[in-house]
Design a protein around this ligand. Structure first.
Ligand SMILES: [Mn+2]
Length: 312
């Protein structure tokens, strides 16, 4: 038996912790651990400091049990997918087990299980269960699959390999509801996002031999559709699937009339260079910036497009 499973077996009241603003991997691994603890007949609580959890993740088992106050009687906490202590959002007095896959994890806590070769924390957790001959039931399988699906970006990220698919097979054999996970994690759309998509599609302009897709979203567009900021980014990323498109630019008006710029690239252009000209930053394929003193959206767009063309 591993040290961690041993420590869990000695505990009375265990709290699983998902990090602030939790994603499918953090909630999925916490949910799978929660189910395991119930099979041990432990007293168990589910803690997350964030009040507004993304609605698309509420299909995961036990998310209705999430509380934002830390139970005083707990004698063991398990942090899942938390790269550092601040992400917990709570000061702990009990022992802490830190299970994660982030290379940058700063190894807080009394017990650490960090494996950065894993795509998701749910993969780390699967290995822990598997090595300790712990049976994976349907609920656990669905939760573990959810983290793997999301952190691998629907099995499309560069780190997906045969091991990922071997694990997927194990989880589906164990009863993972992969259709449910796909519906909520990959395909979920709010009505606002759905309406905004239509507006953005209609207003998209293709420039530079259709290699650059540009979107401008005004406060009015946001109001009419009822969408939220991140809904725009989904359409922006989707435009890269158009065969000719190499770079996508979004200029979104904020309520204070500043403009948020977002750039995406299929790899042909390093868009972080362009973002940095405006004091922003990011990665080669994904970057952003803010323009405070905006002349007009059109003028800003022309200026940025010129810079993009220079890189192509
Ligand atoms: Mn993760």
């Amino acid at each position: 038996m591993s040290e961690i499973i041993q420590r869990i077996s000695e505990a009375n009241h265990v709290v699983v912790i998902a990090h602030m603003n939790p994603d499918a991997d953090s909630l999925g691994s916490a949910s799978a651990m929660y189910t395991y603890l119930l099979t041990l007949h432990k007293k168990v609580s589910f803690f997350c400091v964030s009040k507004n959890i993304n609605k698309k993740l509420l299909f995961l088992p036990w998310t209705e049990k999430i509380r934002d106050s830390f139970p005083a009687s707990a004698d063991l906490a398990i942090a899942l997918d938390c790269g550092n202590k601040t992400r917990l959002g709570v000061e702990l007095e009990c022992d802490l087990i830190n299970i994660d896959h982030h290379y940058s994890n700063d190894r807080f806590g009394e017990y650490c299980l960090i494996d950065s070769s894993c795509i998701s924390t749910t993969q780390v957790l699967y290995n822990l269960f598997n090595e300790n001959k712990i049976k994976i039931n349907k609920k656990m399988a669905t939760s573990l699959y959810a983290g793997l699906l999301d952190d691998s970006n629907g099995f499309m990220s560069d780190d997906v390999d045969g091991t990922t698919f071997a694990l997927t097979k194990e989880l589906i054999d164990a009863g993972a509801d992969y259709k449910l996970c796909n519906k909520f994690i990959m395909k979920y759309l709010s009505l606002g996002a759905f309406r905004l998509k239509a507006i953005m599609h209609k207003n998209m302009i293709l420039a530079h031999d259709a290699k650059v897709a540009t979107f401008c979203v005004t406060n009015d567009d946001m109001k009419t559709s009822g969408a939220v900021g991140e809904d725009c980014e989904y359409v922006l990323e989707e435009s890269l699937y158009l065969p000719s498109v190499e770079v996508a630019l979004l200029l979104k008006q904020n309520s204070d009339f500043s403009v948020k710029g977002s750039l995406r690239s299929d790899g042909a252009v390093d868009v972080s260079k362009i973002a940095s000209i405006f004091g922003g930053g990011g990665h080669a394929s994904r970057a952003g910036f803010i323009i405070k003193n905006v002349a007009t959206l059109e003028e800003e767009k022309t200026k940025i497009l010129k810079l993009i063309y220079k890189e192509m």
